[in-house]
Design a protein around this ligand. Structure first.
Ligand code: AMP
Ligand code: MG
Length: 360
């Protein structure tokens, strides 16, 4: 049975946090909100509890977990790195949506690191998460609260779809802020290296800790299993059940509408509110469901609605979805990273590609 607790994200009720922490201390699993997406948490120092996370998600065992801590002091117990510089970095960016890789202390269970010499650690900027970790008195291992390969969850409805009956407790703390996962950087190299683009942009990270290495191919390597730089990035990820195809140019949406009508196929278009307005004014949308990603001038809004939109696509009658691309600057790099993973790198570049995708 899964217990659902509604907790106030601004003033978390102490007695409810104590109840949730009890589940963690007893080796159970608790879904809780962070500022990025919801996490599926268990005691990060208890191998058996962590094992349940892998079983519930259907997560491959070679994909390590992120440990969530409530303050910098806990870092000392989890890493053998003693370089003051690293701790100063951590102080500048935490609590926040950035995960850092350090050399793992031997007390970190093997199941958490997947046998790697490094451990991924994050201090989340969310009151419910921080008080739950603090009250539990242990780091909480928490990957995103979804079944493996599916989009991460940002609100209760989608958590229930994936995890109701499988976890011990779900904390409903409302919609998460960023809607995309944390940025991951490797602190064991100098300068640190970006492993996964995320909620904290490269510019913001560099403002705090100076230059970091951003592999030029960060959004291509994803697709290439051999060279994926964070183990998790080589797997199918963030994907709706329906086929999703990126269009290289939003003018191709009009073409898609024509083919869909001719072929009597229902399709969905995932786009900004501006693009939707243009389409409504110019195109016959008879067989089209428009799924609005948000204001195209505010990419943070697009990011926060992205996974929701992927799941909405599955709820429609559409055979497949076409999605607009965004500028890869700032948070746009993260948005495109998630879109490319979700589409399995399926891109329509011309009208023929559009027709092929619809007919397939
Ligand atoms: P999730 O929490 O589901 O967003 O996934 C966590 C991500 O962190 C995955 O892509 C992991 O591969 C990555 N990760 C966790 N620990 C490490 C590590 N020690 N080295 C490299 N990547 C890691
Ligand atoms: Mg995940």
């Amino acid at each position: 049975m899964t217990l659902i607790l509604k907790i106030d994200p601004i003033n978390p009720e102490k007695e409810l946090i104590i109840a949730a922490a009890k589940v963690i201390k007893e080796g159970g699993t608790v879904v809780f909100p962070t500022e990025t997406v919801y996490g599926l948490g268990a005691n990060g120092l208890d191998s058996e509890a962590c094992k349940r996370i892998f079983e519930i998600k259907g997560r491959p065992r070679d994909n390590p977990l992120i440990l969530h801590i409530s303050g910098i002091n806990s870092l000392y117990n989890l890493t053998v790195d003693t370089d003051r510089r690293l701790l100063d970095f951590a102080k500048k960016v935490w609590p926040g949506p950035i995960t850092m890789l350090f050399k793992a202390d031997p007390k970190v269970p093997r199941i958490v690191t997947a046998g790697l010499p490094t451990v991924a650690i994050r201090c989340p900027a969310n009151k419910i998460a921080l008080s739950l970790i603090e009250e539990s008195g242990t780091p909480i291992a928490a990957p995103s609260a979804n079944i493996s390969t599916k989009p991460s969850t940002t609100r209760l409805k989608h958590i229930l779809q994936d995890l109701d009956g499988k976890v011990d407790m779900i904390i409903d703390g409302g919609q998460t802020t960023f809607g995309v996962e944390s940025t991951i950087i490797d602190m064991t190299t100098t300068p640190p290296r970006l492993l996964r683009p995320g909620a904290l942009t490269v510019d913001e990270i560099e403002k705090h800790i100076g230059n970091i290495i951003v592999p030029k191919t960060i959004n291509q390597k994803l697709i290439d299993n051999e060279t994926a730089i964070a183990p998790g990035m080589k797997y199918k990820h963030y994907a709706p059940d329906k086929r999703l195809v990126l269009v290289s140019n939003k003018d191709l949406f009009a073409e898609a509408a024509v083919v869909a009508k001719e072929r009597q196929e229902k399709i969905a278009i995932l786009c900004s509110s501006q693009t939707a307005k243009e389409l409504r004014e110019s195109t016959d949308l008879q067989n089209i469901t428009l799924i609005i990603l948000g204001n195209g001038d505010n990419l943070y809004e697009i990011a926060s609605n992205l996974f929701d939109a992927f799941r909405t696509l599955d709820d429609t009658k559409a055979k497949l979805g076409f999605i607009q691309g965004f500028d890869e600057r700032g948070i746009g790099l993260t948005i495109m990273n998630r879109i490319l993973k979700a589409t399995g790198n399926s891109v329509a570049k011309d009208p023929d590609d559009i027709a092929d995708a619809i007919i397939m």
